[in-house]
Design a protein around this ligand. Sequence first.
Ligand code: PHE
Length: 418
Amino acid sequence: MALGAGLVTLRRFSRSVPRRALAGHTAVTRTAPKVPGLPRKAATVLAPPEEILGIKPDEKYNVPAGVREKLGKNLLLNEKHPLGILWKTVQDYFAEQDPNCKFFDTEKPVVSTVECFDKLRVPPDHVSRSPSDTYYVNADYVLRTHTSAHQCQFLSQYPEISSFLCAGDVYRRDEIDASHYPAFHQCEGVRLFDAQKVSKEEVMEDLKKTLEGLAAHLFNLKTGEDTMRWLDEYFPFTEPSVELEIFYQEDWMEVLGCGVIHHDVLRNAGLDPEKVHGWAFGLGLERLAMVLFGIPDIRLFWSDDERFAQQFTAQSFTEKTKFKPFSKYPPVLKDISMWIPEEFVDNDLFEMIRDEGGDQVEKVDLLDEFTHPKTGRTSKMFRVTWRDMSRTLTNEEVNTKHEKVLERVVEELKVELR
Ligand code: PHE
């Protein structure tokens, strides 16, 4: 089973490797917007609301209703929800390690592009900022794409705050399958040190020791080379950057990305790197919760189904509760085969399908892709798996929604059905 939610999280900034290839999914090539730098209007956007959390939309707005509904669900604040249980467990570990550590989990998910990208040294033309990857409220505000968006605001409160965790819901336009969802959760961690007393090497040592301890605590492992390994990574906001993998259930699994906070980031937060420096890490919570509690599908975290909610209590981590799957209802499969225009972006299609189908869309797979040798036109064939988690879908009701998808792809994405 591909448990890739965290892979997306970590590979987003890598320079060398296409994240989709690494995430173990069909390697899908991304078509760049036709006019670089020009905001490409997302195809599936409905009328914008007056405001989102106090921020007024403009023509760059591209948040579909289905994503907007997730704002304010506060799953992390529910102590009987697997994500809330995991967040609490991480806090307990840090509280014990470091009595000064402060915890934040009610920051607004709408943040400025300055806090989300600029202050973190994400270049203006980086793909992670493009409207095909990120939800914009307006030209200056986005749904946060990572909890690192809050780093500078808390760093600037040093010395009152010298170590903190900040967790919350984050949003990225993405493909659809059991481990990818446009909304998920991250936890950011930072610890600062007096630069006159603690060397950069010691900062790195403390980082590794602390995070190995966290992984050992979460997964009940002994620290050591056969269970944990560190790999070089790249993030614009840390230098050096590394990621931690653990050997778990017969395989190496990525747990988190981290590093020593880049000096420019410290300066952007008003700190003097000669006087203070430190480390930061980012943890994707869904994938860890999926592994820890045996949850097979990322959509379950958002489901209102009692059969899910009732299985967890505040003690579920200590009691090693494993999710007991309720029976799966049969799927309905629908294929979409089409000639695509040059500017076609897979994410637009995924989002449109999700817009029509909501959580009844289990996944969308690219089954076939080829370019006609004579005309140079490209054809793609996608298979949409429709499945409801609490009842059997009829072919008729899926057909109605599928027809709507077809109508919209033709009209809004300018494809030609085959
Ligand atoms: N924000 C990074 C991501 O979402 C994770 C990260 C946080 C890496 C802090 C290093 C330091 O991929």
